[in-house]
Design a protein around this ligand. Structure first.
Ligand code: FCB
Length: 478
């Protein structure tokens, strides 16, 4: 059997997010974000970790661009910290913060790497949260003004403009279960956030196109959930899948790609809200032509109808809390999945990625796709060989290998997937899990901030530079 190969134009990249890597939290005129507030609140993150220093990318970005270049990547996906370029989220912009990203973009381009930018990867300016955050419609308009300014400043140097990263997490983990910033636990707030995020996306795409014209490539990245019914022959379990699919997937896909909210979503959540926060004309705004839909994929979920007997299982892969990320879905339970698992406790199922990409193509045949995040946390150990530090992250190499193969299988079925981004370039601040969970293909020593390529980085460089899937043992340094 010949090795799987990809066309030369296929985009290999790696992804990061501002709060997870930058540090420099109070430098260069950056204002506080909801993640500063949240991580500094006792009990919110593992070990009380914060992003104050993180990977110190704010000072070491040139070294990081060197790593991206040496990896042979065609693209780098990073996010802009809104409070770094506009400290209060409205009003004055901060020239020093804008310059930081402008220099980074120039550095990437000089290294032959396409910048794929995300405008919002969860670090909302705290001042906007104080005014209601994503429950407040005004936040969507503020976001559009910020997006416009970035389009003016960074212009045609950006390859792909992604408005939002995983609005599911922002809405349901931030305002529903409260395990993410701002830590609110209200069903209504979560659903308001869903809509205002969709609206913000549409308004921002309009602004970017107004500034840059149709040449601007626009995108949104969703963490679409792959739900499996516990008993596929059970009507009730299939109903459970439909219910959570509406909340998690169609609540974003439908307004963004079709300009509607699914009728079953509105019906199922009627006990929480009548959705009167969706105003006339909003759904024309949310639906904007998208050059590429970003898909983040890590694992699958198994659900069944909960008839109310015994304790409801909630193994949905997210931390337990007083609130829920599944408003008005008390009759659905999440069952533990068969292994193997990553250090996050997430099950490893590459076929889920193929299934997801194929089902998206079936629903939206003309929509080009890109896998904007995929990767795994494992407990890495460092060994020293001939005086050189090595990380033999066998599990991560296997995870990446099997998922790239799964992506290839979707392409075999004719799905238009144009790129793949490994999460993450560097070990970093993994939100509520702090620095305890390592996703990087490059190790970061949090005492010295030194970067060390793991075997997965060597493996990924081979893939990116040959467009051919290397075997899992092809990890020797170049
Ligand atoms: C995704 C986030 C990303 C990272 C990975 C592990 O949900 O977009 O920032 O935390 O999970």
């Amino acid at each position: 059997m010949s090795a799987r190969s990809f066309p030369p134009e296929f985009l290999w990249g790696s992804a990061t997010a501002s709060y997870q890597i930058e540090g420099g939290a109070t430098e260069g005129g950056r204002g506080p974000s909801i993640w500063d507030t949240f991580s500094h609140t006792p009990g919110k993150t593992l070990n009380g970790d914060t992003g104050d220093v993180a990977d110190d990318h704010y000072h070491r970005w040139q070294e990081d661009v060197e790593h991206i270049k040496n990896l042979g990547l065609g693209a780098y996906r990073f996010s802009i910290a809104w409070p770094r370029v506009q400290p209060g989220g409205s009003g004055e912009f901060n020239a020093e913060g804008i310059r930081f990203y402008s220099d980074l973009v120039d550095g990437l381009i000089a290294a032959g790497v396409k910048p794929v930018v995300t405008l919002y990867h969860w670090d909302l300016p705290q001042e906007l949260e104080d005014a209601g955050g994503w429950t407040n419609r005004e936040t969507a308009y503020a976001f559009a003004r910020y997006a416009r300014k970035m389009a003016e400043e960074l212009g045609d140097r950006i390859d792909v403009w992604t408005t939002l990263n995983e609005p599911w997490c922002t809405a349901y983990l931030g305002y529903g279960s409260g395990v993410h910033a701002p830590g609110r636990t209200e069903d209504l707030a979560a659903l308001q956030a869903v809509h205002h995020l969709n609206l913000a996306h549409g308004l921002a795409v309009q602004q970017i196109r107004e500034v840059l014209g149709d040449a601007a490539k626009t995108s949104i990245t969703l963490n679409l959930h792959v739900f499996r019914p516990d008993d596929p022959s059970s009507e009730a379990d299939q109903g459970a899948v439909r219910k959570v699919d509406a909340l998690a997937n169609r609540a974003f896909l439908a307004p963004v790609l079709e300009g509607v909210y699914p009728a079953d979503l509105l019906e199922n959540t009627a006990s929480v809200t009548d959705w009167s926060f969706v105003l006339d004309g909003d759904l024309e705004i949310t639906k904007q032509p998208l050059d590429v839909l970003g898909v983040n994929y890590y694992s699958t979920a198994r659900v069944r109808h909960f008839a109310g007997e015994g304790e409801r299982q909630q193994a949905d892969g997210h931390k337990d809390s007083a609130g829920t990320p599944w408003p008005a879905a008390d009759d659905v339970e999440f069952l533990p999945q068969p292994g193997p698992y990553t250090a996050m406790g997430w099950n490893i199922e590459p076929a889920g990625l193929t299934d997801l990409l194929v089902s998206l193509r079936d629903s939206y045949p003309d929509q080009p796709l890109m896998v904007t995040e995929n990767g795994a946390a494992f407990e890495d150990t460092v060994v020293t060989e001939d005086g050189v530090a090595r990380v033999h992250d066998v599990d991560r190499v296997a995870y990446l290998h099997d998922h790239v193969e799964a992506l290839g299988q979707a392409r075999d079925k004719g799905v238009d997937v144009r790129g793949y981004f490994a999460w993450s370039l560097l070990d970093n601040f993994e939100w509520a899990y702090g620095y305890d969970r390592r996703f990087g293909i490059i190790r970061v020593d949090y005492d010295t901030l030194e970067r060390t390529w793991k075997d997965s980085a060597h493996w990924y460089r081979r893939l990116a530079t040959t467009n051919t899937l290397p075997g899992v043992d092809e990890v020797s340094p170049a």
